[in-house]
Design a protein around this ligand. Structure first.
Ligand code: ZN
Length: 189
């Protein structure tokens, strides 16, 4: 089931999510809904609170592979346990902040611990785009948005654009949940 994606000004995007103790059938269904929702929106990452849920789960597919053998990465209760001193710049976007992109500086490499969808504890080292997406999505689980990490000047310059997003004047091709919990139907361009 495709779920509406919550606008970054909806309060749920500012709440921390909760770790999961066991992976119930309902959680498995929810993970499948998250995967379907992310691909429908042409995203490369999605965090649970972006679809209005408080279970700590992120979905990632940075491969840009449009064919049928897509392999989304599911991370349950992810925690970044180490970050490189080396940093890199990358222009980020977010499904909850439609049509807004800005350069964010983050550590180039990270290590992340998580539980996979089969319930196994995992620890991986990631670099490049994967490290970038993991950090962006784990930020979501902690109530942090990428524009919190840009310079005050850049944020000031983006003020009117962000205000338009808050007022649902920027409508993407997928359905969104507004800041005040109304579903805004997506429009294909
Ligand atoms: Zn995001």
């Amino acid at each position: 089931m495709i779920l509406p994606i919550y606008n970054c000004f909806n309060p749920i995007l500012r709440n921390k999510t909760n770790d999961i103790k066991d992976i119930s059938d309902d959680t498995v269904r929810f993970i499948n809904d998250m995967i379907e929702t992310m691909y429908n929106a042409d995203g490369i990452g999605l965090a649970s609170n972006q679809v209005g849920d408080k279970r700590s789960i992120i979905i990632i597919d940075d491969t840009n592979d449009e064919n049928s053998n897509r392999k989304p990465i599911v991370m349950i209760n992810p925690v970044i346990v180490s970050s490189s001193e080396e940093q890199s710049d990358y222009k980020e976007g977010c499904l909850s902040i439609p049509q807004y992109y800005e350069i964010v500086t983050r550590p180039s490499e990270i290590e992340v611990e998580f539980i996979d969808k089969n319930g196994n504890n995992k620890k991986i080292r990631a670099g490049d785009l994967l490290a970038r997406v993991i950090q962006h999505e784990v930020d979501h689980l902690n109530g942090i948005l990428f524009f919190d990490r840009i310079t005050p000047l850049k944020k000031a310059l983006a003020k009117s654009k962000l205000r338009k997003i808050e007022l649902n004047k920027v409508i993407p091709h997928y359905d969104m949940m507004s800041a005040t919990n109304h579903v805004i139907k997506g429009i294909e361009d």
